[in-house]
Write a protein that binds this ligand. Structure first.
Ligand SMILES: [Zn+2]
Length: 337
């Protein structure tokens, strides 16, 4: 696995390849994009390229340095075997190493021991040293502040790669000291190929691709047999209740559903994605009803999260309002087709 193998992220890949080929690799990159689209693969590949001892600007992928960069120790802490690739992540290191348990974010202690404790020394094996922050948005403000000076003026051959799927959570001072590389949702054909290689076949393949919003991680999650089955059951029950449109059917739906708030939130997102997937193949009239249905689902999600409405009520209301806009009927005719 090298940068050559990164799929569906052409812009990011070209940015990094150009930097490596011209030996002008920035000392602090910030990889932003949704979860499960290749940020971490790209970060490890960039680290390989920087640590490779074979003179291949993109990393040869086979020398000892390249291989140890992507091989994780089989006992704790679960970090790369290469001593010059240092991963920073909440809870990765035991308190015997960093001196405390980490429950709320990457602590200032981790930054002191794991980052600042190393930066003033030359790399252990010579070429470069790379700090990889798996979820940079988990840095506590104290940890972020402890990092600022080093992030701004690191030693030569020291590199930082900050990954985040929640860039709005990063301190502006961290953002301004790092160079953005954007990662987008994976295009559908790429996602299909990646999932097929992992043994996922139709009809599940088509279903999860439609729901996954370009994220391999989300697709694999959706493809878990248990999750796939409970999602299908929910969609069947919701379709039936919203097609019927009676208060009795809506209440029955709410009683049969898992009303844990987080489960319900996932179900609503699945439903929204299902509506948009069905709408793409529907007649114009049905597509219009499904689009209104989609808006209602988004509003229900908002009520669930922002207004803290009871999940069972949200679901009952949703089934009835989907019926009113004709989305229930459109869903049912699709599932009968
Ligand atoms: Zn190599």
């Amino acid at each position: 696995m090298t940068l050559r193998d990164l799929r569906g992220q052409q812009t990011a890949r070209e940015t990094l390849e150009r930097a490596l080929a011209s030996k002008r690799v920035h000392h602090a990159y910030r990889f932003e994009g949704p979860a499960g689209v290749g940020k971490e693969l790209a970060a490890f590949a960039l680290a390989q390229a920087l640590l490779c001892t074979e003179g291949d600007p993109l990393g040869c992928g086979v020398c000892g340095a390249c291989r140890r960069a992507v091989t994780i120790s089989d006992r704790p802490p679960f970090v790369p075997l290469h001593p010059d690739l240092i991963v920073v992540e909440q809870g990765l290191y035991p308190d015997s190493i960093i001196g405390r348990d980490e429950k709320s974010g990457v602590s200032v202690e981790q930054i002191r021991r794991i980052v600042l404790g190393h930066v003033s020394f030359a790399p252990a094996e010579g070429r470069a040293r790379v700090f990889l922050f798996r979820r940079a948005d988990e840095l506590t403000p104290q940890a972020a502040n402890a990092l600022l000076k080093t992030l701004e003026e690191p030693r030569p051959a020291t590199h930082f790669i900050l990954l985040t799927s929640r860039p709005e959570k990063l301190l502006p001072t961290i953002r301004s000291r790092s160079m953005l590389v954007r990662f987008g949702a994976l295009p559908e054909p790429v996602l299909r190929d990646l999932l097929t290689e992992r043994g996922i076949a139709e009809p599940l393949l088509g279903e999860v691709v439609a729901l996954a919003e370009g994220s391999v991680e989300r697709a694999l999650d959706l493809a878990e047999p248990e999750r796939a089955e409970s999602r299908a059951a929910f969609l069947r029950a919701l379709t039936a209740a919203s097609a019927e449109g009676t208060a009795g059917a809506a209440v029955k739906l709410a009683e049969s559903a898992d009303t844990d708030r987080r489960v319900m939130r996932d179900r609503l997102f699945d439903l929204a994605a299902h509506l948009s997937a069905v709408a793409r193949a529907a007649s114009p009239d049905a597509a219009f009803a499904l689009a209104r249905g989609y808006e209602l689902v988004m509003k229900a999600t908002e009520n669930l999260e922002m207004a803290n409405a009871a999940p069972a009520h949200v679901l009952t209301d949703l089934a009835l309002s989907l019926h009113r806009v004709g989305a229930g009927a459109a869903l049912r005719s699709r599932s009968n087709a």
